[in-house]
Design a protein around this ligand. Structure first.
Ligand code: GLU
Length: 455
């Protein structure tokens, strides 16, 4: 507390000095330069939570409300997430206080590169110690700048490209990283619906087909989750909530068209089914709720009114601790963030391995696999004296491309992990909900890891 008061007083002294300096030099160049310098100084964070595995891993977000507590909480979540899906990384997270929409691309590039220099100076970006990735407000573009800046600072470092993940494929990225978190949400829901006993706890009928889904936030994660669920699993995305309003269509929204509309016009307004609604849409009648944007959108204020019996946390921390208790007591099942959105870091792990091995997945074995399956089909045809059905043969023969392998690895991870969580949920008395079960698995593994180190 004393520390808090001291910090506040230093900050207020600083603000006071800035005010005085600005007033003193109001009309001359020095004043302008000074104001510009102060205005163009950014505050950024990178927090490291657990180093039981290195590198530590986690995204970097660019958002105006980034703060130290948030970054530290998200770093801890990364440790649990990686542990849960057995990705051998510790947990870290970063953030820069900036609204990226207020800056031009060249300005953002300069800011990102400068932030990278500051991180590099402290080994907070490093292929074997700390590997950032995209998060809210950052994407492939920022990761390419960061990787390039790191490479410039370390021109002889063979593994320099492995210093961040989520890069564009043309700059050492991996196919399927952009869709990975949303894809992981789809696989998590499939895994859940493959467990009839767990589905029964929600009172929902079996199968994803025809389920009515609310998606909050049509950014990278929400968009891909909504797209795949509606086009591949025949779920109906009936509600999409965005910054400027919502879109409602009980027969299922055309997600690709809505995304194009948002890209072109900057919002949902004007799209068929548009309603001028805010967060109250989270309380709409549907089967599954997917909060896919920021943390703390479900709090004790709206938790009593949530109608969906199943929530899947595509965002990090969308349900507050108080809301969690209320929802649990009401019997709402929550598939927790540390599992539900782990697809991103899982595919980041594949990208990091690809960068270290410097070879595209599938490059060595693809043609050999195709030749083997061709030989098998030839054998079957000559034994039976009949032609193998052409479409089945084509599917069997085609070797895995990188995207096939990435999706297969991700699906395997999400399925296996759900098995483990579900088993704990259904067999351990104290694991009263999926979040507790998932956390028990994650924490147990981290503890074991420290124990074997003798720490
Ligand atoms: N920012 C993502 C997350 O919160 C991805 C992290 C990563 O790939 O390292 O999980």
């Amino acid at each position: 507390m004393a520390g808090d008061a001291f910090l506040k007083s230093i900050e207020s002294n600083f603000q006071n000095a800035v005010r005085c300096l600005n007033a003193t030099y109001e009309d001359d160049q020095l004043g302008e330069d000074l104001a510009t310098k102060i205005l163009f100084t950014f505050t950024g964070y990178r927090s490291v939570h657990s180093e039981h595995f290195e590198p530590v891993k986690g995204g970097i977000r660019f958002a105006p409300d980034v703060n130290q507590d948030e970054v530290e909480a998200l770093a801890a979540l990364m440790s649990y997430k990686c542990s849960l899906v057995e990705v051998p990384f510790g947990g870290s997270k970063g953030g820069l206080i900036i609204d990226p929409r207020e800056w031009s691309e060249p300005e953002l590039e300069r800011i990102t590169r400068r932030f990278t220099q500051e991180l590099a100076k402290r080994d907070l970006i490093h292929p074997s110690q700390n590997v950032p990735a995209p998060d809210v407000g950052t994407g492939e573009r920022e990761m390419a700048w960061m990787a390039d800046e790191y490479k410039r600072l370390n021109p002889a470092e063979l593994n320099a490209w492995a210093c961040v993940t989520g890069k564009p494929v043309s700059k050492g990225g991996i196919a399927g990283r952009t869709e990975a978190t949303g894809r992981g949400v789809e696989y998590a829901l499939r895994a859940f619906f493959d467990h009839p006993r767990d589905v029964a706890r929600t009172g929902l009928t079996p199968g994803l087909r025809g389920k009515r889904v609310i998606v909050q936030g049509l950014g990278n994660v929400g968009y891909h989750a909504a797209l795949f669920l509606s086009t591949e699993d025949e779920a109906l995305v009936t509600h999409v909530l965005e910054r400027d309003g919502a879109v409602v269509d009980e027969t299922g929204i055309d997600i690709a068209a809505l995304r194009t509309h948002i890209m072109e016009t900057g919002g949902t307004k004007g799209f068929p089914g548009y309603v001028n609604s805010g967060m109250e849409m989270l309380e709409a009648d549907a089967d599954i709720l997917i909060p896919a944007a920021m943390e703390l959108v479900i709090t004790e204020d709206n938790a009593p009114n949530i109608k969906t019996p199943l929530i899947i946390e595509a965002a990090n921390g969308p349900v507050s601790a108080e809301a969690d208790v209320i929802l649990r007591e009401r019997g709402v099942v929550i598939i927790p963030d540390l599992y539900a959105n782990a697809g991103g870091v899982t595919v980041s792990y594949f990208e990091w391995i690809k960068n270290l091995s410097r070879i595209r997945f599938g490059r060595l074995q693809r043609r050999a696999e195709e030749a083997r399956f061709n030989a098998l089909i030839d054998g079957i045809e000559s034994m039976l004296g009949k032609q193998f059905p052409h479409d089945i043969a084509a599917r069997a023969v085609e070797g895995g491309t990188e995207i096939d392998l990435v999706r297969s690895g991700l699906e395997d991870t999400m399925r296996n992990t759900y098995e483990v969580i579900s088993k704990v949920w259904n067999s351990e008395k104290l694991a009263t909900d999926l979040r507790t079960a998932a956390m028990m698995v994650a924490v147990r593994r981290i503890a074991q890891s420290y124990q074997t180190l003798g720490i």
